[in-house]
Each structure stands twice: as structure tokens, then as C-alpha cells.
Ligand binder design. Structure first.
Ligand code: GSH
Length: 237
């Protein structure tokens, strides 16, 4: 019998917490994938071919050549990609409605809070050219609040929704940077225990290690990258 080969999923990627969500899921599912670097410090996210699959000019995005009906499909927004891959594989995303609602709640909690807020914390603590005490305090406090919510949730669960799921994958890349966010993980022992378990998973470790064959970008010092990323306004139509 002829061997059925799965065509690789094209992953448009840069090594950041949002990109890692997808490398982790692809590694966990054992799906073949081809990495296409999107150098966000150099403006690759504005190339027309990238915008045609990711109109918000942000990575990650994927193109699955074997989408619904065997036809290609593109997906942008990391949460939507995780849900798509969960539905496609039947893995790490429950199919029963109660289980799925719970995972959706925590996935959206990450997408709407424990991502955007922590991103602002990184920005004002490390990247902003001027130190703005009000902004640093506001976002560091909000980050602290969010770690408190996660800690409480993990008090009596091994993973965020009981069983390991895409919600855990969405959170881990952000949570491993707690120091950079001005947090003390010792204050959140359940998060620390969960983080240790997560980082010890071979697929998580592989996902976090996916590199691009381009020089690393240091947003704290790279003025060109700062200009590319921090002053954006609506693009001319
Ligand atoms: N909500 C988006 C956020 C993705 C995101 O913020 N990507 C950043 C890197 S972490 C990016 O591509 N930035 C490029 C830009 O802002 O021009 C998702 O989760 O996919």
C-alpha cells in the first residue's frame, strides 16, 4: 500500500511568546511543519504576501495545505490557530461542549489579558525609551493580579483546565518570562509547580527552542526595530 504522507504546515514565525504557542502545539501533535521566518524588526510583516494571510501584520500565521475538504487554508491569530489545530487533530482541545467552553475561557483569558497586559509590562519595563513610572506600576500590578488569578486556578488542578490543553500552551511562553515582568514566582507556588511541569515536557522544550536562521533581535537596544514596531499607524489603503 502506498504510504500516505502529510504535507507540512507552513508556519510564519518569529521566536516570541506568541510564536511559541504554535511551535509547541505542532510539536505536541507531531505534525510536520516548515518554518518561514517573519523578521518583525525588519518589516517582513508588511510584505503583501504575508498581509494576504495575516492582515493585522502580526505573526504567527499558518497555511495548512491539507485544510477542510483537502484544500489549503490560512489562519492568523494564535488563539484561532490553536483552536484550528485542536479541531484538526482532535488533540488538546476537548470535543465535549463543557470541556471545550472551559478551554476557550482560559484561552481567551490569555489572549485578552495574560498576553496583551504582559506585553505592555515588557514594553514599559524594558523597551520604552523613557521610564514612565505610572505605566510601569500600572502594568506590573496588572501582571501581578493576573498571576494571582492563574495561581488560584492551579491550586487544585494539574493543568489550567484539568487535562493538558491548548490553554496551557498559550500561557507557558509568557509565564516563563516572569522575572522580566517584575514578578517573584515564589509568590505564586502553584504557577511555579505548573511551570516546572510544563518546561519539562519534551515537546514544550522543543517548541521553545525553534530558532530562525537570522540574527537575534534585541528590542531593548535595536533602534531600527523599535521604530518598526512602536510607531505604527494605519497603513495607507
Ligand atoms: N493577537 C496576536 C498577537 C500577535 C503579536 O503580537 N505578534 C507580534 C510579535 S509577538 C508581531 O508579529 N508584531 C509585529 C508588528 O506589530 O508589526 C496573536 O496572538 O496572534
Amino acid at each position: 500500500m502506498a504510504e500516505v504522507t502529510t504535507p507540512p504546515i507552513d508556519l510564519f514565525y518569529w521566536p516570541t511568546p506568541n510564536g511559541w504557542k504554535i511551535t509547541i502545539m505542532l510539536e505536541e501533535c507531531g505534525l510536520p511543519y516548515a518554518v518561514h521566518p517573519v523578521n518583525i524588526g525588519k518589516g517582513d510583516q508588511f510584505k503583501p504576501e504575508f498581509l494576504s494571510i495575516s492582515p493585522n501584520n502580526k505573526m504567527p500565521a499558518i497555511v495548512d495545505p491539507d485544510g477542510p475538504g483537502g484544500q489549503p487554508i490560512s489562519v492568523f491569530e494564535s488563539g484561532a490557530i490553536l483552536q484550528y489545530l485542536g479541531r484538526k487533530t482532535g488533540k488538546f482541545y476537548p470535543s465535549d461542549e463543557r470541556g471545550r467552553v472551559e478551554v476557550d475561557e482560559w484561552l481567551f483569558w490569555q489572549m485578552g489579558g495574560f498576553g496583551p497586559m504582559l506585553g505592555q509590562t515588557h514594553h514599559f519595563r524594558q523597551y520604552a525609551p523613557e521610564k514612565v513610572p505610572y505605566a510601569i506600576e500600572r502594568y506590573t500590578n496588572e501582571t501581578h493580579r493576573l498571576y494571582g488569578v492563574l495561581n488560584e486556578r492551579l491550586k487544585d488542578r494539574e493543568f489550567v483546565c484539568g487535562d493538558y490543553s491548548i490553554a496551557d500552551m498559550a500561557i507557558v511562553g509568557w509565564a516563563k518570562l516572569w522575572e522580566r515582568q517584575g514578578q517573584d514566582i515564589a509568590e505564586f507556588p502553584h504557577v511555579k509547580r505548573w511551570l516546572d511541569v510544563m518546561l519539562a515536557r519534551p515537546a514544550v522544550a522543543r517548541g521553545l527552542e525553534v530558532k530562525v536562521d537570522q540574527p537575534p533581535m534585541d528590542l531593548a537596544t535595536d533602534k531600527d526595530a523599535q521604530k518598526m514596531l512602536f510607531g505604527q499607524r494605519a497603513r495607507a489603503g
